[in-house]
Ligand binder design. Sequence first.
Ligand code: GDP
Ligand code: MG
Length: 179
Amino acid sequence: MIDFPQDYDYLFKIVLVGDPKVGKSYILSQYIREDFDLENKDTIGVEFDQKFYPTMPGQDKILVQLWDSAGKYGFLQKLPSYFRASTGALLIFDVTKKDSFLNCEKWYNTITSLADPHIQIVLVGNKTDLSNLRIVSRQEAEDFAKQRNIKYIEVSALTGNNIDEAVGIVVEDTMRLIR
Ligand code: GDP
Ligand code: MG
């Protein structure tokens, strides 16, 4: 059971989107629990977890929910509630799998067609620790992001590198919108 705190100023629902196996569930567990659980099972359907965004005392309390889903492209189209009330999205691909990057276009269109137009989207290149298996360059990912006026960040759910920063970009951009 998730302990649901009542005492917060904002609830930011951030959806994780991308091909199977890009590391959505590992990113969630790295962000929420700061671990890398090798026993992590495949996601069944939809799940979420949450924690407070680190802020200074006296600042607004932001509860960050990360929503994770299983399934190939097409699954989320039949599940518009996944995007309902979402404030942000991490559009994730695996830098060692070209298809997962090429499919970002379809996933991006899914987000923009099903989510609120104000949703803050960040493109996330995961598994950057596998540098010798890398196929997708930083440049082509940056070009994709630039064309859509979104930000790009490279992360590793294995080492935890830039995971907090990726969520941080979405949270800070959302705060800027509502301030
Ligand atoms: P999902 O289907 O998108 O939820 O993908 P998972 O989170 O289950 O990750 C798929 C597999 O990729 C995992 O079993 C891990 O072995 C691997 N993985 C995920 N993130 C990383 C990463 O940052 N680096 C490396 N080397 N492997 C990762
Ligand atoms: Mg998963």
